[in-house]
Design a protein around this ligand. Structure first.
Ligand SMILES: [Zn+2]
Length: 207
């Protein structure tokens, strides 16, 4: 199983007529936020595979394309924020947005607000554990967990509640975006049973 994960930056190698040559064998695409809707729609039609995504803090619609279209969501994509879904036999859940650094702004969450989003996932995760013997395979987020790949400023601080969620659900991967890497920054960190991966700007996963 091959999964193409993307975040935060439109890449020329992906937004290209040759995308099928490079990525034609992926089983599905995951968007970890802060990607324009037209880019994700392009991938759905070019690769003809499912696309599951969460929104980043900069993904407020409507978005205007060069050819005059107005996009309010990703046509044909599945926004998995606050949901637990199954795709190709894998159990996935999504949590959008970043730490709240502006009051009232959409796609931003205080720690308390994100805790409520996480609590809403728990019944389905519990059910998965009963039914499949595992709660979750991949957690897709925009922001990282607190203390893992995150940064000092409020906008790039990670969510503390992701840590107990990882302890409870024990997914194989947490894929996040939002943190633009500089040289020597770790991109993968093992936490409990989970490999936490900074997707920025592209990661291929083979499972
Ligand atoms: Zn972001």
């Amino acid at each position: 199983m091959k999964i193409l994960a993307l975040s935060d930056e439109v890449l020329e190698q992906v937004y290209s007529p040759t995308v099928r040559d490079k990525f034609g064998d992926v089983d599905f695409v995951l968007g970890c936020g802060d990607l324009p809707f037209y880019y994700l729609e392009f991938l759905i039609s070019a690769l003809d595979v499912p696309l599951l995504y969460v929104l980043g803090n900069h993904d407020r619609g409507p978005q205007y394309t060069a050819d005059g279209r107005v996009l309010t969501s990703v046509q044909g994509g599945h926004n998995i924020h606050g949901r637990v879904v199954e795709e190709r036999g894998l159990l996935l859940a999504g949590l959008e947005g970043s730490m709240r650094y502006r009051p009232e702004a959409p796609l931003m969450y205080s720690e308390g607000e994100m805790r409520r989003e996480v609590l809403r996932l728990l019944p389905r995760l519990w059910l998965n554990r009963m039914r499949y013997g595992r709660a979750l395979d991949i957690l897709v987020t925009h922001s990282p967990p607190l203390g893992i790949h995150d940064q000092e400023d409020l906008a790039h601080k990670g969510f503390e509640v992701f840590l107990p969620l990882l302890k409870f659900a024990r997914p194989r991967y947490l894929l996040h975006g939002h943190i633009h890497l500089y040289r020597a920054t770790p991109q993968e960190t093992q936490y409990e049973a989970t490999k936490v991966v900074n997707v920025y700007p592209l990661r291929m996963l083979e499972l």
